[in-house]
Ligand binder design. Structure first.
Ligand code: PFF
Length: 446
């Protein structure tokens, strides 16, 4: 069977940046900044993203393009040793399970965002009951919108690589960037925005070696770059051999980190604007409120204070969030779908609906057991599973795979790779620095 491929380098970059840029950027990052002392977190995050996450991202992309297969098939191909082959399969399968669980909670949050994006429209039309339902936490709303979001995700994935993922990413990513910049331009004209900007940009250096902050920043970087679950590996496997993979990966990292940073320019000042309008933004201990309170209470309260501009800003804001979620959710669903299609020789269309349906069921289980299950699955997958699996991907790239094979793969679209700065650094990084750093962080966290 002919394998799908992205049509162009720009298509790959949009798709992979779309996979990377998601709730982790527009929600997770600003929220973490708010709860981890502002600028100090930004600084540590930037450092970790480029020094730790980028090399790990490259490991996945290069393995993927070399194997031209999903992670479960690709990792065993890196070695002749039977035990290591089995180990590779286990890592790949653990990635599949992790990705399915991530998508199941991701779809719930994305559902809320879509509901909040529709709410200003119903308000404008005078459907007040509908607006109330859309913006109030309830079982019926959560079920309906989780379902709706999953159907959107499944439809795109069922259309394939270039016709589905690439085509839709090329539409949604530019729209996302335009909305983000327009919102920032508007928000920064409002009172108190500059105070927020200062909190965001001025690092409190005493916080920089705070181990909790470093652990949060590492988890955030792994989540944001979609590492450890075979997502970037499968996207790499759809990249043409003519392209310079080192550059393509650098673009994806830059876009991901850049957009997280820019999202912070929107969210943190918005909080301080809200505070100017009388909205409470600090908790009892004086720390900035964050996570869902920030997105679903503080910001809507702010939009309500903005008069006639409010509903438009609210619509754009939640549309932005929903777009970011969708370009990532498709990459999450692609991982198990690609595996079943390739390894079990199934048709993409039907596989997308079956796997997507199963993950929707998982989402519904979480929705019905929200109080104890929601936070738990997020913590297990993003704090532990992703960095741990990321560690194994680095070990396979750095220790199991022959160094020369990696080089030959990189050289395909980058003849002079051998003499490049990248090749001088990267093999050491994936072999020693990344695994060691992840292990130290783990020991610390436990
Ligand atoms: N990187 C996405 C975000 O920042 O929201 C989340 C994600 C997508 C994680 C795909 C893992 C993944 F495989």
């Amino acid at each position: 069977m002919q394998r799908g491929q992205f049509n162009s380098k720009a298509g790959f970059i949009m798709a992979a940046a779309g996979a990377a840029v998601g709730l982790g950027n527009v929600w997770g990052f600003p929220t973490q900044v708010a709860s981890n002392g502002g600028g100090a977190f930004v600084l540590v995050y930037l450092l970790l993203a480029f020094c730790l996450a980028y090399p790990a991202l490259m490991a996945e992309l290069i393995i993927g393009r070399s194997a031209r297969a999903n992670a479960v098939t690709a990792l065993p191909m890196l070695t002749d040793k039977p035990q290591l082959k089995v180990g590779g399969r286990i890592v790949g399968i653990a990635g599949l399970v992790t990705v399915a669980v991530i998508l199941s909670f991701y779809a719930i949050i994305a559902g809320w965002l879509i509901a909040f994006a529709i709410a200003p429209v119903t308000q404008f039309l005078g459907f007040n009951e509908a607006e109330k339902w859309l913006t109030t936490f309830s079982l019926s709303r959560n079920v309906a919108f989780t379902f709706f979001f999953m159907v959107l995700t499944i439809i795109i994935i069922s259309q394939g690589i270039s016709n589905g993922i690439e085509r839709w990413s090329k539409r949604m990513m530019p729209a996302l960037i335009v909305i983000l910049i327009a919102l920032i331009a508007y928000m920064l004209t409002l009172p108190n925005a500059l105070v927020g900007l200062e909190h965001y940009l001025k690092p409190d250096f005493s916080q920089i070696f705070n181990s909790q902050l470093i652990i949060s920043a590492m988890g955030q970087a792994f989540f944001s770059l979609s590492l450890g679950v075979g997502c970037m590996l499968i996207y790499g496997s759809y990249l043409s051999s003519d392209e310079n993979i080192v550059k393509a990966g650098a673009w994806v990292t830059l876009l991901d980190v850049g957009l997280a940073f820019i999202a912070g320019l929107l969210i943190i000042p918005s909080m301080y604007i809200a505070s100017h309008f009388g909205v409470e933004i600090f908790d009892a201990e004086g720390a900035l409120l964050s996570s869902d309170t920030l997105i679903f209470q503080i910001l809507p309260a702010l939009f309500e204070q903005m008069g006639s501009a409010g509903p438009i800003v609210a619509l754009l804001f939640f549309l932005l969030m929903s777009l970011a979620a969708l370009t990532s959710s498709i990459s999450l669903l692609e991982v198990p779908v690609a595996y079943v299609v390739e390894a079990h020789d199934k048709k993409r269309h039907i596989t997308s609906w079956v796997i997507g349906g199963l993950i929707t069921l998982l989402s519904l289980i979480i929705v019905f057991n929200f109080d104890w299950l929601f936070g738990l699955v997020i913590a297990i997958t993003t704090k532990y599973s992703q960095p741990l699996l990321g560690l194994f991907f680095c070990v396979y790239a750095g220790w199991v795979w022959q160094r020369n094979n990696a080089l030959q793969e990189i050289k395909k679209g980058f003849e002079d790779a051998e003499n490049s700065f990248f090749w001088k650094i990267w093999p050491w990084y994936v072999k020693f620095v990344c695994p060691l750093f992840i292990i130290i962080m783990f020991i610390h966290a436990l």
